[in-house]
Write a protein that binds this ligand. Structure first.
Ligand SMILES: [Zn+2]
Length: 281
C-alpha cells in the first residue's frame, strides 16, 4: 500500500476505537512497530520527533516508511511529531511525510492560531494532514520540557474556536497526561475530553500515552480519544531487551540476534497497545 495521511488512515479505524501512533528512533523499533501492525492487521502511524529527524534524517525516515508501506498489507502514515519549526515542517512535506504536527502550545493563543493556520494551508496544499496542540501537555518530549507548574489544561470553548479558525485535522488537547514516565497515578481529565468532543468536529489525540494504566487508556477512548501517542513504553522495552540480550552473550557478540530480540520486544509492547486501542482484552 501507499503511505496515507492521518485523515485517510482513520477511515480504516472503527468508530469507538482509536489508532495507535508510535514514535521510533531507529530500525529496531521501526520494524517492531510495523510487525505489530501486520500481526494485528491494523493501520499504524509511525512518528518522528524533531530530534529523531535531526539524528536519522527526514529523508531516511521517508525512505524507510515507503518501503514498509509498499510491503505492508495495512495502511501506514508517517507523521512529524511536535514540530515547533515551520521550516522543518515544510522540509518534511517536501521529503514525503504524509502528516505533521505543529506544536505552538508554548505561544500565546492568537499566535499559535495564526501559525497553525499557516501550516494547515501549506500542508493541505500537499495532501498532508495537520495535528495541533492546545493547552500544554506536561513532561519531557525531546527538547520540549514542560514542568508540572507550566502544564495548562485545554479550554473547550477555545478548542472549538481554534479548530474552526485553523482548519486542523486532529487536535491534541492537554487533558492531564504527560510525556515520559509518571511519578504517581496520572490525573486524566476525562470530563475535559468529553467536553471537547462535544464542541469540535475533528478527532482528538492523547499525548503521553505511555506508563498509563490500561483502564485509563480504555476510558479515554470511551470518552472520545481517537489517536493515542506512545513513545516511552517502546523505548523502555527496547532498552530492557538490548540489556538482556547483550548480557546473555559471551565472546564475540551476535548483534543480529540482539537486534531481532529488540525488535520482538517492541513488537510485543506495540501489540498490547494496539489491542487496548481496539477495545480488545
Ligand atoms: Zn506528544
Amino acid at each position: 500500500m501507499n503511505l496515507v495521511n492521518m485523515v485517510d488512515l482513520l477511515n480504516y479505524v472503527k468508530k469507538g476505537e482509536a489508532t495507535a501512533a508510535f514514535n521510533f528512533i531507529g530500525l529496531d523499533d521501526f520494524k517492531g512497530i510495523v510487525c505489530a501492525a501486520e500481526r494485528q492487521q491494523v493501520p499504524v502511524i509511525l512518528q518522528v520527533s524533531q530530534s529523531t529527524a535531526a539524528q536519522i534524517g527526514l529523508d531516511y525516515a521517508v525512505a524507510l516508511t515507503r518501503v514498509a508501506a509498499s510491503k505492508a498489507s495495512v495502511p501506514i502514515c508517517l507523521h512529524l511529531d511536535h514540530a515547533t519549526s515551520i521550516d522543518l515542517i515544510s522540509e518534511a512535506i517536501s521529503c514525503g511525510f504524509t502528516s505533521v504536527m505543529y506544536d505552538g502550545s508554548s505561544l500565546p493563543f492568537e499566535e499559535n492560531l495564526s501559525q497553525t493556520a499557516r501550516v494547515v494551508k501549506m500542508a493541505h496544499d500537499a495532501g498532508v494532514s495537520v495535528e495541533a496542540e492546545l493547552g500544554r501537555v506536561g513532561g519531557k518530549e525531546d527538547d520540549i520540557d514542560v514542568s508540572i507548574d507550566d502544564q495548562v489544561l485545554v479550554d473547550p470553548l477555545q478548542a472549538r474556536d481554534f479548530v474552526l479558525a485553523t482548519g486542523i485535522d486532529f487536535l491534541a488537547p492537554a487533558v492531564g497526561t504527560a510525556h515520559g514516565l509518571y511519578k504517581g497515578t496520572p490525573n486524566i481529565r476525562f470530563d475535559l475530553i468529553s467536553a471537547v468532543v462535544e464542541l469540535v468536529e475533528v478527532p482528538l489525540v492523547l499525548h503521553g500515552g505511555s506508563d498509563i494504566p490500561e483502564s485509563m487508556l480504555r476510558r479515554a477512548i470511551q470518552a472520545g480519544i481517537r489517536k493515542i501517542n506512545v513513545g516511552t513504553d517502546l523505548q523502555v522495552a527496547l532498552a530492557a531487551a538490548l540489556r538482556r540480550a547483550l548480557s546473555s552473550q559471551e565472546g564475540a557478540p551476535n548483534m543480529r540476534k540482539v537486534h531481532v530480540i529488540a525488535q520482538d520486544a517492541v513488537c510485543d509492547v506495540a501489540c498490547d497497545k494496539i489491542a487496548i486501542c481496539r477495545g480488545k482484552q
